[in-house]
Design a binder for this molecule. Structure first.
Ligand code: AMP
Length: 483
C-alpha cells in the first residue's frame, strides 16, 4: 500500500521561498530567512548563490538549522545574491533530486528557480515536453518551469519566463535568479503569498513577513497577484504579464499555514485568528468552565473564543516543542505516535471541568481523537470541540499538503458522525461566512468568492488539468510549431 497522502509520486508541496539581491552574506541571510519560514516545510531546503561569475548550489535534507548553519556549507555559497527554498513534500517525492531551487545553465545563461505552490497542469505539460525530447531529472512541477524557459523562443530572459508561466495553471509564488536579475512572481490569482522587503537598499523577496523580521529588513509591500517584479542594478521594475483575473488568496493561510506574526495581504495573521475565534464563539457557545487550545495552531483562535465568551482561557494541554508538526510524519502509524509524543494533558487544569477545546482544523481526525481521549483521561467531565474553520472536505491542489479526499474525515462523515468518531460531547465548525467575516469581508460572495477556499467548498478557482487527465494546455507553438 502506498503511504503517500496522494497515493502517487506527484508532489504536493508546502514551501517557503526567499531571495536577496546584492548584499554581503547573501547565503547567510537567506539561511536566516528560510529558518523563519521553516513552518512552511521541514523536509529539505536549498540555496543557490551567484558570485558575479558562477552559480553555487547546495541542497540538503533536514531542517535549516541542522544543515545550512554549518560554516562549510555557507562557505560553498559565496556571492552577493541568493535564493532559497524550504519544503515539505509527501513521501515518494524522490528525495534530493526534487529539492529546490532548481538550477540550469540555459542558452541565455544560468537560471535558478524556487517555487511555492502547485502547478495543476505540470504533469500534462511535462508529458508534452518529454514527447518533444526534454529530459527531466525530477518529478517536481518546478522543473517544468525551467524546461519551458529553456525551450521558449522569446529573446530576453524575462520574456522567456513570462512565456513559460503563461502556459501554466495553478498556484505559483516564485523567486528566480539569473546572472543579472532576481525576479519574483505571483500567479494571476495570487493564491500563495509573496512579499517584497528591503534591507538597507538590498531588495528581498520572501513568502512571509516573518522572514524579513528575522534579519531586520523592512516590509515594502506584497507582490500583487499576477505581478512580476524584476530586480536588477537598474532598480525594481514591475510588470503584469498575465491576463488580469480576480484575486483568490488562500484563506487557509490565515487559518493555519502562515505564521501568526506575519502580515499577509495586509492582514496580521494572529489578529485574524483571534477574530476567527470570536466568530466561532458567537456561532456556537456551549455551557462550559474553560477554553483550552490545542497547541500551537489552536491558540490564537482559542484566545479570541475565550474573550468573546467570557470564559477562562487555560493551557490545559502542553506541547513538547522538540517534535515537528504532527502532519509531517510520513506514515499513519508514526503519525499516531507523533500525537502522543507532542502533547500532554495539564491535569490540574482539566480535572472536574467542562472543557471547550479549540483547534484550527480537523483533517484526518487523528489529532482530535487522541487529544480528546487525553483530556478525558485527565478528568474533564465534558469535552466540547470547536473548530476554527469549516469542515475540510476537499484536497488542496495549490501547495498545502492535504490528503486525498477519501482520507478527509469531513468528506465521509457528517458533523454528528465526526463527533461520535472523536468522542466529544459536542462538535461545531466555523461557518464559511463566519470565516470570511473574520477577514473583514461581510460574507462569502458566492458568485465571485474573495478567497480560494477550495479545501472547504470544493470550488477550485483554476482548472485541474492533471487531475482531470485532460490535456487541454494550449499548443506549445514556441517549441517549434508541432501541435
Ligand atoms: P488530523 O489529525 O489529520 O485531523 O490533523 C489535524 C491537525 O493538523 C490540526 O490540528 C492542524 O493544526 C494540523 N494541520 C491541518 N492542516 C495541515 C497541513 N496541511 N499540514 C500540517 N498540519 C496540518
Amino acid at each position: 500500500m502506498d503511504d503517500t497522502p496522494f497515493g502517487d509520486d506527484s508532489l504536493h508541496e508546502e514551501c517557503g521561498v526567499f531571495g536577496i539581491f546584492k548584499r554581503t552574506d547573501a547565503a547567510a541571510l537567506t539561511t536566516l530567512g528560510l529558518h523563519a519560514l521553516q513552518h512552511r516545510g521541514q523536509e529539505a531546503a536549498g540555496i543557490v548563490s551567484f558570485d558575479g561569475s558562477q552559480f553555487h548550489v547546495e541542497r540538503h535534507a533536514g531542517l535549516i538549522g541542522d544543515t545550512f548553519t554549518k560554516q562549510a556549507v555557507l562557505e560553498r555559497l559565496p556571492g552577493s545574491s541568493a535564493i532559497g527554498h524550504t519544503r515539505y513534500a509527501t513521501t515518494g517525492g524522490g528525495g534530493l533530486r526534487n529539492v529546490q531551487p532548481f538550477f540550469a545553465e540555459l542558452s541565455a545563461g544560468g537560471f535558478a528557480v524556487a517555487h511555492n505552490g502547485n502547478i495543476t497542469n505540470a504533469m500534462t505539460v511535462q508529458r508534452e515536453l518529454q514527447r518533444r525530447g526534454s529530459i527531466f531529472s525530477s518529478t517536481s512541477d518546478t522543473e517544468t518551469i525551467l524546461h519551458l524557459v529553456a525551450t521558449s523562443a522569446a529573446r530576453l530572459f524575462v520574456e522567456k519566463l513570462v512565456d513559460a508561466l503563461t502556459r501554466l495553471e495553478g498556484a505559483f509564488s516564485l523567486v528566480g535568479l539569473s546572472s543579472k536579475k532576481m525576479v519574483g512572481v505571483r500567479d494571476p490569482l495570487g493564491i500563495r503569498p509573496l512579499v517584497l522587503g528591503d534591507l538597507e537598499g538590498s531588495p528581498i523577496l520572501a513568502s512571509e513577513t516573518c522572514a524579513l523580521d528575522i534579519i531586520g529588513a523592512d516590509f515594502v509591500r506584497d507582490i500583487e497577484p499576477g505581478e512580476m517584479v524584476v530586480i536588477s542594478d537598474d532598480g525594481i521594475e514591475s510588470i503584469f504579464p498575465f491576463q488580469a483575473r480576480r484575486a483568490r488568496f488562500c484563506i487557509f493561510e490565515y487559518v493555519y499555514f502562515a505564521r501568526p506574526d506575519s502580515t499577509v495581504e495586509g492582514r496580521n495573521v494572529y489578529e485574524i485568528r483571534k477574530k476567527i475565534g470570536g466568530e466561532l464563539a458567537r456561532e456556537s457557545h456551549p455551557e462550559a468552565d474553560l477554553v483550552v487550545p490545542v497547541p500551537d495552531s489552536g491558540v490564537p483562535a482559542a484566545i479570541g473564543y475565550a474573550q468573546e465568551s467570557n470564559l477562562p482561557f487555560e493551557l490545559g494541554i502542553i506541547r513538547n516543542h522538540y517534535v515537528g508538526r504532527t502532519f509531517i510524519q510520513p506514515t499513519d502509524s508514526i503519525r499516531h505516535m507523533g500525537v502522543k509524543l507532542k502533547h500532554n494533558a495539564n491535569r490540574r487544569m482539566l480535572e472536574g471541568k467542562r472543557v471547550i477545546l479549540v483547534d484550527d482544523s480537523i483533517v484526518r481526525g487523528t489529532t482530535s481523537q487522541k487529544i480528546v481521549q487525553m483530556v478525558r483521561e485527565a478528568g474533564a467531565t465534558e469535552v466540547h470541540m470547536r473548530i476554527a474553520s469549516p469542515p475540510t472536505r476537499a484536497s488542496c491542489f495549490y501547495g498545502v499538503d492535504t490528503p486525498e479526499k477519501a482520507k478527509l474525515l469531513a468528506s465521509r462523515m457528517t458533523v454528528e458522525e465526526m463527533a461520535d468518531f472523536i468522542k466529544v460531547d459536542s462538535l461545531a465548525f466555523l461557518s464559511i461566512d463566519g470565516l470570511y467575516r473574520a477577514t473583514d469581508e461581510p460574507s462569502r460572495n458566492k458568485m465571485a468568492p474573495q478567497f480560494c477556499d477550495a479545501c472547504f467548498t470544493g470550488d477550485y478557482p483554476t482548472s485541474l488539468t492533471d487531475q482531470e487527465g485532460v490535456e487541454n494546455v494550449r499548443p506549445l507553438t514556441l517549441l517549434g510549431g508541432a501541435g
